[in-house]
Design a protein around this ligand. Structure first.
Ligand code: NAD
Length: 363
């Protein structure tokens, strides 16, 4: 099969949908891989590395889309890309169609077969193509938190690990799922005093068993959140209720009683955020003040580390891409129920119920 990998053109998107290892693997399976010139530069992967792995570099996006029977991308197509999609072609990428009627309409009118990373779901209910980005965001949270705790950034001027004779900073992580556990791992490594809250006691048992007393676990409820938030230097919001808006767990009034210069990092901002005052920010202007606290609410945290994020994402997407290229999309889906759940559009029809419901379209 011919596999096309265009350069991402969405604002501030520096990831790319394939690495040299991916090119090598697809080539080994007998497929031709066409990569747009410069597609990997944002992730510090030069064209020469793709060529050495067996890719053919094409000058423009039009050529890549024209060549590819299977198009691998990171983000949903945006307006300048719409005219390149065609019936009979398969697109494998993040789509988040419930959030974009414009993209949904473009996919439907093109007739393309679109498989969304974010709806590929294992029988356990987990989302294997979203998990690596939660890992990245979770591991970044203590890092951006520590940076913003520095006095010149408006923070309390607290060093995460303290020094001998001086207490470490206190971080409270609300939500002990994929991102929360990864945040905890880095926070422990930085020497923070770490507390992690979750509503799921089994999850807390698991975390407690791993950390053997190196962090504290608490059941999440309004009372413990208030106690912990008031004592915290850094709060990380890492909750998720699948398919729903994030619950509001820290009110404006509670922020007014938190320590001056405390920092709140809301990883859950892409689901509306779990602090009352959270609103999405960008890497260009990531923080703002609420009372005396600093809020960081970047909706695409992995975008700040595109090299790591590209490798993390393609590690998990590649096996699916190889299956689609080897067998064709129909047989690949037939053989793998997880991938079947990824199918969002085909031949002008919506094939994913939540997207149809979100837009009031037939399914
Ligand atoms: P997850 O499902 O692995 O974990 C969520 C955890 O929250 C679960 O353990 C759940 O029990 C817990 N939870 C639910 N309600 C709670 C409450 N009231 N109090 C405490 N805990 C509660 O989810 P995840 O993969 O860690 O993702 C978390 C959020 O981060 C999602 O909204 C995800 O989309 C988002 N995310 C954001 C970025 C970013 O760049 N900002 C990147 C990746 C993921």
């Amino acid at each position: 099969m011919k596999v096309g990998v265009p350069r991402e053109i969405k604002n501030n998107e520096f990831r790319v949908a394939i690495t040299p290892a991916g090119v090598h693997e697809l080539s080994r399976h007998g497929h031709d891989v066409f990569v747009e010139r410069g597609a990997g530069l944002g992730s510090a992967i030069p064209d020469e590395e793709f060529t050495a792995a067996g890719a053919k570099i094409l000058d423009g996006a039009d050529e890549v889309w024209a060549e590819g029977d299977l198009i691998l991308k990171v983000k949903e197509p945006i307006a300048p890309e719409f005219h390149r999609m065609r019936r009979g072609q398969t697109l494998f990428t993040y789509l988040h169609l419930a959030a974009s009627r414009e993209c949904t309409d473009a996919l439907l009118s093109s007739g393309i077969t679109a498989i969304a990373y974010e709806t590929v779901q294992l029988p356990s209910g987990s989302l294997p193509l979203l998990a690596p980005m939660s890992e990245v965001a979770g591991r970044l949270a203590p890092q951006v938190g520590a940076y913003n705790l520095m006095a010149f950034n408006g923070g309390r001027g607290v060093l995460p690990g303290g020094v001998p004779g001086v207490a470490p900073g206190k971080v409270v992580i609300i939500g002990g799922g994929v991102s929360g556990l990864n945040a905890a791992q880095i926070a422990v490594g930085m020497g923070f005093d770490v507390t992690i809250l979750d509503v799921n006691v089994d999850r807390l048992r698991h975390i407690d068993a791993i950390y053997q007393g190196r962090l504290k676990t608490l059941v999440s409820n309004a009372y413990t959140i208030e106690q912990e938030a008031r004592a915290a230097d850094l709060v990380v919001g890492a909750v998720l209720i699948p398919g729903a808006k994030a619950p509001t767990l820290i009110s404006n009034e509670l922020v007014s009683r938190m320590k001056a210069g405390s920092v709140l990092v809301d990883i859950a901002i892409d689901q509306g955020g779990c602090f009352e005052d959270s609103r999405p920010t960008t890497h260009a202007d990531p923080t703002y003040k609420v009372h005396e606290s600093v809020f960081y609410c970047v909706a695409n945290m992995p975008g700040s580390v595109p090299n790591t994020s590209t490798y993390a994402l393609t590690n998990v997407t590649l096996p699916y891409a190889v299956a689609i290229a080897d067998k064709g999309w129909k047989n690949a889906l037939y053989d793998d129920p997880a991938l079947t759940l990824g199918l969002n559009t085909h031949d002008g029809r919506l094939t994913y119920d939540h997207v149809a419901e979100a837009h009031g379209l037939p399914y």
